[in-house]
Design a protein around this ligand. Structure first.
Ligand SMILES: *[C@@H]1O[C@H](CO)[C@@H](O)[C@H](O)[C@H]1NC(C)=O
Ligand SMILES: *[C@@H]1O[C@H](CO)[C@@H](O)[C@H](O)[C@H]1NC(C)=O
Length: 563
């Protein structure tokens, strides 16, 4: 079961020790305080049979309307007991159930006893004219419903005869948790456990697959409610009832489980890739912008979970949903365009100042190595295109080796900015780089793409258009994001054939071998591969990067290779 933080024994005992200091006598009721107190003492000392004995003797003394689940044909008068007395009656039943729950084979009696406590509360509310504060009986009722839910949950994960039976138990558990949250809307643990019953796809404490009703959307709502209660508790606006000591850990776990609800196949059948394409399937997550792929939202949840500290499950899941994911990015160029339109006016300052971008200069220096290697010292490149030129920062670096320099960008606004800030280009083209390159009137001697290909996941079409545009023997130099060492290990472990990974910032980190393979398919030879770690900083962390220089092979030599 999920919430081991509040097993029946501990929370009831703590709660009852408080209660036992409250000695009362009432003429209408037998004095059950002694039985309750003695039972509690035995229970907290783990003397179960003795505890059960005390509680059941107390219960036997109760008038029938307080010891059965049936409505007796008695006067309203007979129900006139105080809130304190009601609390004691309910505690007898609840603690009896808790003591019993440690014994094998008494589950049905446990359920009956918790139910009796809940029903006592309902009878008292219905019949008594007691309009005073019902806090104490209500608290016991919430506990009773919660433990009732846990007992049904346990029952569902034990050996049951039929699936129908199991579903019945799960539904009873949901009902009990719902009743607890109705009485106490801040009862986070009921919401959390309800989430488990509705939608859990993870493993329980013993490593068994948890059973659930597989109602993922309802599960998400329930988990979210628990997260909300626990998060609010910190700022003091709404306090979760009995918050756990390890709030951060629990919130991380809840976020992780919300992520699993979005892509249930991840851990349901670990070997399969799932029937549905969650890459493109859209999911909704209350409170987060709609129209996102389930993978993207799941990645968001796993990432959120990891903000609270290390979480192995979330890390592995994040690796799985981000490897080779598309999140609808390159299929919809307008999304990339939108990103830059929003960004245009402070594009340069955000790159150079905030992100401490120095990738352009480093790329130029690395290209000097290519020049030396290829014996091109003093060479002027006839036609150089700067793909994704932005405001012209890369153009500045490559201007003095370009006869003609063309800037290509998808954003008209950014081109306008380039004309203002760095008027180094002879010409500009606006559009999707793949189309612009396919239709380029002359062949290109050098293609520069600084921080541009990180917005493409699949490189096939892009490299095919480079092949069309480049001269035989023409060069391309471009930067890509790289994965961290840890991520590389994880990817190799969980998805050995991975090609790229979406990073938290929504950009793509490409695998070297994948880039090489797509280059090879397009007659492009890798002549240099170098490290570009820290080409950009995000949130004060160096972004890992790498840079590639390619040369287009003459068709003939490709054919020779193939022979
Ligand atoms: C050309 O410009 C770059 C960047 O400003 C500079 O590093 C380089 O020394 C310049 N000259 C030549 C001949 O490359
Ligand atoms: C890319 O990252 C991987 C994993 O950290 C590393 O092994 C590799 O050397 C990096 N590549 C470059 C060119 O830095």
């Amino acid at each position: 079961m999920f919430m081991s933080t509040s097993t029946p024994s501990t929370s009831v005992i703590v709660f009852l020790l408080l209660l036992s200091s409250n000695w009362l006598t009432n003429a209408a009721l037998p004095n059950i305080n002694d039985f309750l107190a003695q039972g509690d003492r035995a229970l907290s000392a783990d003397r179960l049979e003795e505890a059960i004995n005390h509680y059941s003797r107390g219960i036997q003394l109760l008038p029938k309307q307080w010891s059965t689940q049936e409505e007796e044909d008695v006067n309203d008068q007979d129900y006139q007991v105080s809130a304190e007395e009601t609390e004691q009656i309910m505690s007898l039943h609840t603690n009896y159930a808790t003591a019993l729950s440690f014994l094998e084979g008494s589950t049905l009696n446990v359920i009956n006893a918790y139910r009796t406590s809940c029903i006592c509360y309902r009878k008292w509310k219905k019949h008594s004219n007691n309009k005073v504060n019902d806090m104490k009986p209500k608290r016991v009722a919430v506990q009773s419903f919660f433990f009732l839910g846990m007992t049904y949950q346990d029952l569902a994960s034990s050996d049951v005869e039929t699936d129908t039976q199991r579903i019945e138990y799960l539904q009873q558990a949901v009902k009990a948790y719902a009743a607890a949250t109705k009485l106490d809307p801040n009862h986070w643990s009921s919401y959390a456990n309800m989430g488990v019953v509705l939608a859990d796809v993870g493993l329980d404490g013993d490593g068994n697959t948890a059973v659930s009703l597989q109602l993922f959307e309802e599960g998400i709502l329930s988990y979210q409610k628990a997260v909300e209660l626990l998060s609010n508790g910190k700022s003091g606006s709404s306090k979760a009832t009995d918050p756990p000591e390890n709030v951060e850990e629990v919130v991380a776990e809840l976020n992780y489980r919300i992520g699993l609800c979005l892509v249930p196949f991840l851990f349901m059948t670990p070997s399969s890739d799932g029937d549905e394409d969650y890459n493109t399937k859209l999911c909704t997550l209350p409170g987060v912008a709609a129209d996102r792929s389930c993978f993207e939202l799941a990645a968001y949840q796993f990432h959120t979970a990891m903000q609270y500290g290390p979480h192995e499950g979330a890390l592995n899941a994040l690796t799985l949903v981000t490897a080779d994911a598309t999140f609808g990015m390159s299929t919809d160029v307008s999304k990339v365009q939108q990103l830059f339109e929003d960004y245009a006016s402070n594009f340069e300052s955000s790159l150079v100042d905030e992100l401490k971008y120095n990738g352009f200069h480093r790329m130029r220096r690395i290209f000097d190595q290519v020049i030396v290697k290829e014996r091109l010292e003093g060479h002027m490149f006839q036609l150089v295109v700067d793909v994704g030129c932005g405001t012209g920062l890369a153009g500045v670096e490559f201007r003095n080796i370009s006869s003609t320099l063309v800037g290509i960008d998808i954003s008209p606004k950014i081109i306008e900015q380039a004309k203002q800030s760095h008027p180094v280009y002879d010409e500009y083209r606006i559009g999707d780089v793949r189309q612009v390159l396919q239709q380029f009137p002359q062949t290109v001697s050098l293609l520069v793409a600084a921080d541009t290909f990180i917005y493409f996941n699949d490189l096939t079409e892009l490299f095919a258009s480079m092949k069309v545009a480049l001269d035989e023997g023409g060069y391309a130099i471009f930067s890509l994001e790289n994965v961290s060492n840890d991520n590389e290990q994880r990817l190799l472990a969980h998805k050995p054939d991975w090609r790229w990974q979406i990073t938290p910032s929504g950009r793509i980190a490409h695998r070297k071998e994948y880039v090489e393979a797509v280059a090879r398919q397009n007659s492009l030879e890798v002549i240099l591969h170098d490290n570009l770690d820290g080409f950009r900083r995000e949130k004060n962390v160096d972004v890992p990067g790498h840079v590639f220089a390619l040369r287009k092979l003459p068709e003939k030599s490709v054919n020779n290779d193939e022979l």
